[in-house]
Design a protein around this ligand. Structure first.
Ligand SMILES: Cc1cc2nc3c(=O)[nH]c(=O)nc-3n(C[C@H](O)[C@H](O)[C@H](O)COP(=O)(O)OP(=O)(O)OC[C@H]3O[C@@H](n4cnc5c(N)ncnc54)[C@H](O)[C@@H]3O)c2cc1C
Length: 558
């Protein structure tokens, strides 16, 4: 079993074909058809990423006459407890309505009421920013546009390394996990759009891939960027959601905005549509005030049909089979909720690559968009808006940059990555541990030592175990084929994320965001010293980490 090297050339390489990557590609081809665009996608672009098929809402839409960018900024600031920069979120807000209109022009369906108004839901206490969408085919619509624009898509190809010299991107390497082709891609610029660190904490089921977010995202983007020298922020924000127990599928917003309630064992209402705070649900579960249930038996038949319609078509159709197998019926039975595994994400949380409002990272020619980048709570809207912005920045960079035909170091870098990958595949007989077993152990350690309640000794213990696992990985884990090789690489990404998370959590000597970062040795929130970002960057030698504290960027008049 041997890896085969192929060398390709493109203008813009996009790593990750989810919503952000697809949007970037479509926008580049639209505005600059002469540029060559290539997408490396680990799965298959038609169904990969957080949106495997459709989605029921755009969580951020600032619609003129309904809400203002300022109201939106206040809401996000509250949710992030102040840890957010003004301009990236402001840009998201002002471009969100235009984005909605673009999607509509592509045929994405946003239902309207009899008065011709969008279905706007109140999911935040201050302001209405969530717009109902009913589009089971969102991902296929984008994939069709990509095919029509004749954009090169390398499916089943995972980015394994960014090539950077003197602070400037030269290309990247990808591995085809089916046939072992190592694609060495020279590119003028690269857009990283490869999602969150979804496979981080271990779900309560113990099932490695039973995660809330797309399990193909193992923090690849965070790790590739970190290794290349990009700055990563907010890694202490170890986020858990409250979803359907064991199934790990969302429905709280969908059900609560239509009149459902979350109740505890004695029937006491914890949250309803007048008091819709996911935070309250998470806190109650985290503080062992559960079990909590979703209650719908008071809703009309029409409402139940409306809910089922969304859940069983747009969001995750396999829910229907799950409820049928369990003999659970909406409108009749209580549905138990539980906390998900912890994840790191720039879409639902604040973790990710540091970017500015033009999607620039600190590396020349490297842009980032979507869940891999830190634009706090940007959700799907952010993936689209920043996908487009990254595309525009890439066009500008290609048009203005100076690109020597053949950088002398690039072939050396390609060969080095080829032999690194080969060394992980051609393992000795001493390597006996399955990648899944090793990953299970690592993610159990994350659960035990890196999550709230955190304290200095648990985090230090966790960190030392992570360093031990790093040493063991190449000598113990067996990769018998290309697919298993990809799993070994993913473990490396999870290790990077775990290390960064432990270091950030150790650095933030305060408690913030409730149970997301609760330090038992520093129980109070300390705005005087800690109302700031914690950024990480690879040190002199990987995996060493340098830590930087960065001031919050305020807007005009703040
Ligand atoms: C269950 C669920 C429900 C949600 N509901 C809503 C909602 O109702 N409204 C809303 O606004 N937002 C919602 N979101 C959030 C929203 O879906 C995401 O923020 C958004 O889709 C992120 O897009 P992305 O392109 O950044 O990442 P993704 O869509 O996850 O795409 C990342 C892509 O990168 C690929 N990839 C990963 N690693 C590599 C690699 N090494 N090389 C190549 N490719 C790689 C993956 O295969 C994937 O295709 C929801 C998210 C989830 C998980």
């Amino acid at each position: 079993m041997k890896l085969q090297q192929v060398i390709i050339n493109t203008d813009v390489l996009i790593i990750g074909g989810g919503c952000a990557g697809s949007m970037a590609a479509i926008c580049i081809k639209d505005a600059a058809p002469n540029l060559n665009v290539c997408i490396m996608e680990k799965g298959h672009i038609k169904r990969s990423g957080s949106v495997t098929m459709g989605m029921d809402a755009l969580n951020v839409a600032v619609i003129p006459g309904i809400s203002t960018p300022e109201e939106y900024l206040e809401t996000v600031k509250k949710k992030c407890w102040g840890i957010m920069d003004y301009f990236p979120n402001y840009t998201l807000a002002i471009k969100s309505f235009e984005l909605l209109k673009t999607l509509e022009s592509w045929g994405v369906f946003f239902p309207k009421n009899e008065d011709g108004n969008y279905n706007i839901m109140q999911v935040d206490t201050s302001g209405k920013f969530c717009v109902g969408m009913d589009e089971p085919d969102l991902k296929p619509i984008m994939e069709k546009k990509i095919r029509e624009a004749k954009i090169d898509v390398l499916n089943k190809t995972m980015g394994t390394k960014l090539i950077v010299k003197n602070g400037k991107i030269l290309g990247a390497v990808g591995l085809n996990i089916n046939n072992g082709q190592v694609v060495c891609c020279k590119a003028k610029c690269v857009i990283l759009a490869n999602g969150s660190a979804s496979r981080f904490g271990l779900p309560n089921t113990g099932y490695l891939y039973g995660t809330f977010d797309f399990p193909g995202n193992a923090g690849d983007g965070f790790a590739l960027a970190y290794r290349a020298g990009a700055k990563i922020t907010g890694m202490e924000f170890t986020l858990k959601y409250a979803l359907v127990k064991d199934l790990n599928i969302p429905l709280i917003y969908i059900v609560l905005t239509r009149g459902g309630e979350v109740v505890n064992g004695s029937g006491e209402v914890i949250v309803d549509k007048n008091n819709l705070s996911i935070f309250l649900i998470v806190e109650a579960l985290e503080n062992r005030k559960g079990p909590l249930f979703l209650k719908t038996d008071h809703l009309s038949k029409e409402k139940i049909m409306e809910i089922e319609n969304i859940l069983f078509s747009t969001e995750r159709p396999m829910q229907r089979r799950y409820w049928e197998l369990k003999d659970i019926k909406f409108g009749r039975d209580l549905i138990e909720l539980n906390l998900t595994e912890a994840q790191l994400c720039g879409g639902h949380g604040i973790s990710g690559i540091v970017i500015n409002e033009q999607s620039h990272t600190n590396i020349k020619g490297l842009f980032a968009a979507g869940d891999v980048s830190s634009v706090p709570m940007q959700h799907l809207t952010g993936a689209f808006v920043y996908g487009k912005i990254a595309g525009e920045s890439a066009i500008e960079y290609c048009n203005n940059g100076n690109f020597p035909e053949n950088h002398k170091d690039i072939h050396w870098e390609f060969d080095a990555e080829l032999s690194h990958l080969g060394s992980l595949l051609n393992l000795t007989k001493n390597n006996t541990i399955q990648p899944t077993t090793f990953e299970y152990k690592l993610r159990r350690i994350i659960n035990e030592y890196l999550l709230s309640p955190k304290n200095s000794s648990s985090l230090k213990k966790g960190l030392s175990l992570i360093y031990e696992l790093r040493e063991q990985l190449p000598y113990q884990v067996l990769a018998k084929n290309f697919h298993e090789l990809s799993k070994v690489l993913e473990i490396g990404y999870i290790l990077d994320c775990a290390q960064m998370s432990a270091i950030s959590s150790l650095t933030r000597k305060e408690s913030r965001w409730g149970c997301i970062h609760r330090r038992s040795d520093y129980p109070d929130t300390d705005d005087v010293n800690w109302l700031k970002h914690i950024d990480l960057q690879v040190g002199q030698t990987y995996p060493e980490t340098d830590i930087y504290l960065r001031e919050i960027q305020r807007g005009d008049g703040e």
